[in-house]
Design a protein around this ligand. Structure first.
Ligand SMILES: Cc1cc2nc3c(=O)[nH]c(=O)nc-3n(C[C@H](O)[C@H](O)[C@H](O)COP(=O)(O)O)c2cc1C
Length: 179
């Protein structure tokens, strides 16, 4: 069993990134299990580093128990969302207890435009590398939700193979411990 901690950077009920995550989960090999992180966390406050909120402790435990991490990010003003940054900041702390250290990881994202989160993903790559994650370089997945999802949030037939190829490559990346 390959366990993936999944960070979806949107709290929106009808989030297209949540839909993208669900589609990648559905198209992943059978032995891959997605564990969705509850992103509705308090705002990061360094005063609490010695006494973490229970929701944060639980989130850090989930990440540490996972074999890999998948970031599914919206693009907000040409970067990734504050919701995503907040969760990452918590998971990276307290100093010396970075839950992401050495984890195999990948970044994907969906937006309503043709550029489909290119800049959000690039900004997030910088953070993930700093946090010592083993990022998968290829294949990349920039998803246009307008043309790529049907009214039920299911990926359109023409895009399924592409998502399946990504999901299979990511499962291998995690099984190989990001080597
Ligand atoms: C504050 C804000 C900034 C945004 N900036 C961008 C952007 O820079 N690039 C982009 O492609 N879409 C941008 N969008 C549109 C999002 O791609 C769109 O709202 C998308 O549905 C967000 O993902 P979600 O459905 O998972 O919440 C922005 C949306 C918001 C709310």
């Amino acid at each position: 069993m390959v366990k993936i901690a999944v960070f979806v950077g949107s709290l929106r009920r009808e989030s297209v990134n949540k839909s993208l995550a669900k589609n990648v989960e559905r198209l992943s090999p059978e032995d891959v299990e997605f564990d969705y992180i509850d992103m509705d966390l308090p705002l990061y406050n360094q005063d609490l580093d010695g006494d973490l909120p229970s929701s944060v402790t639980e989130m850090k435990r989930k990440v540490e128990a996972a074999d890999g991490v998948l970031f599914v990010t919206p693009e907000y003003n040409r970067s990734f969302s504050g919701v995503m940054k907040n969760a990452i900041d918590w998971a990276s702390r307290p100093w010396g207890e970075n839950s992401f250290s050495g984890k195999p990881a990948a970044i994907v994202g969906a937006s309503m435009g043709a550029l489909g989160t290119t800049q959000a993903q690039q900004a997030l790559r910088n953070v993930a590398l700093f946090l010592d994650m083993r990022l998968m370089g290829q294949p990349e997945l920039y998803f246009n939700a307008v043309t790529g999802l049907d009214e039920n949030g299911k990926v359109v037939e023409g895009s399924e193979d592409f998502l399946r190829r990504f999901a299979e490559a990511f499962a291998k990346h995690v099984e190989n411990n990001g080597q």
